[in-house]
Design a protein around this ligand. Structure first.
Ligand SMILES: [Zn+2]
Ligand SMILES: [Zn+2]
Length: 389
């Protein structure tokens, strides 16, 4: 089959690779209908996350059609149109029983690669380095889905492919991030980042009853999407002296009740702290630039909640004292999509959540490297590049 694979740092290629096969009776093979880029892919494409091998098929956000199932698969059958969360969960271990699906204890085949970094292994993820399991990714004609009964969700009629596609990752990540905020009627929620996850977090915060959502970014077209699709008020951080002061002003001096970081380790910003982070990251002395996270911690009201969805490694000058003295609650996770999927599909079916607008640019699989290039550089306002294998 044809697939988009990592050949080396900043070197993606399309070529022929071996077809996936059923290796376990609980597996399914999907014909991928749509697959999309994710900001977190850029971290290993750029070489910030090691443990990629030449030839690894990438991609972890996808939907498709079941073409084959193993002998133990009961709930899913050939011909089903399904969406699959990007983290692989067994459905049976203690973590899965607790609905902490991205922390599944059973789907990381190489825990020795992750334990030195995290203490314990997370769930495996499709197409996302050997440190996260070394599973083949979704930018391919076909993909193997282990634990198909747990991880394949049938897409109801009336929900289009492009909507279902984003229920694999961007939507559940944003929805979980809003859920972590424990939103009460009348709350103000500030969201750093208007990429796919940030926009989904904004819409989800509204669905959960936030009275005001404030979106922070620097790209006019993304801020426009935040206003038009999520009903957010917007703040262009390049146009204000200080995000903290701007947010204080917008909230009568109190600050947002909850702050969601949907930016992560490659934050852009202004000022001396940003320059410091850039230099250290370039010299590989710290892995992350955490401008958005530091701002969110400062701007959040006393006793508020910080919900971290951005992907991080190691951060310098992390303001733990601010969190402690302001009595903040910090919540974070990789998405537990399996626990949110029924609600998300219901919202999608009722038209309350329609993430299809994130698909700003469409490509064939053969144009994969160009799609990633446009996505990375946000060329032509690219929010997500979508591949139709
Ligand atoms: Zn993703
Ligand atoms: Zn599990």
């Amino acid at each position: 089959m044809r697939a988009l694979y990592w050949n080396g740092v900043n070197d993606l290629r399309v070529g022929s690779v071996k077809d996936p096969e059923i290796v376990n009776p609980r597996d399914a093979i999907l014909k991928v209908r749509l697959s999309t880029t994710c900001g977190s892919d850029l971290h290993f494409i750029d070489g910030y996350i090691p443990t990629m091998k030449a030839g690894d098929v990438i991609g972890h956000e996808f939907m498709g059609e079941v073409v084959e199932v193993g002998s133990a698969v009961k709930r899913v059958k050939k011909g089903d149109r399904v969406v699959v969360p990007s983290f692989i969960s067994c459905g049976e271990c203690w973590y899965c029983q607790e609905k902490l699906f991205s922390l599944c204890d059973c789907t990381h085949p190489k825990p020795e690669l992750q334990e030195p970094l995290l203490g314990y292994p997370t769930a495996g993820i499709y197409g996302y380095t050997h440190a996260f399991g070394g599973y083949a990714g979704s930018h391919a004609e076909y993909i193997r889905v282990p634990h198909a009964d747990v991880d394949c969700f049938k897409v109801p009629d009336g929900v289009e492919d492009e909507t279902a596609l984003f229920l694999s990752d961007a939507a559940p990540t944003g929805y979980m991030g809003a859920d972590f905020c424990g939103i009460r009627p009348g709350d103000t929620v500030a969201v750093w980042g208007c990429g796919g996850v940030g926009l989904m977090a904004q819409q989800s915060a509204r669905l959960m009853g936030a009275e005001r959502v404030i979106a922070i970014d620097r790209f006019p077209e993304r801020l426009r999407m935040a206003r038009e699709h999520a009903g957010s008020e917007t703040l262009d951080y390049t146009q204000v002296h200080s995000v903290l002061e701007a947010l204080k002003e917008m909230t009568g001096g109190r600050g947002p009740d909850s702050c969601i970081d949907a930016v992560g380790m490659e934050a852009h910003g202004t000022g001396p702290q940003y320059a410091y982070d850039r230099v250290k990251q370039a010299l590989r002395l710290e892995t992350d630039r955490a401008q958005a996270l530091r701002e969110a911690i400062m701007a959040c009201r006393k006793g508020g909640t910080l919900s971290v969805l951005g992907v991080y490694g190691v951060i310098d000058k992390f303001p733990m004292g601010v969190i402690m003295n302001k009595g903040m609650t910090v919540r974070s996770a990789q998405q537990h999509g399996q626990g949110y999927m029924d609600r998300l599909l219901a919202h999608a079916q009722k038209g309350e959540l329609n993430p299809a607008y994130l698909a700003t640019h469409r490509f064939s699989l053969e144009e994969g490297p160009r799609g990633y290039d446009m996505f990375k550089h946000k060329t032509d306002g690219c929010v997500r590049a979508v591949f139709a294998p």
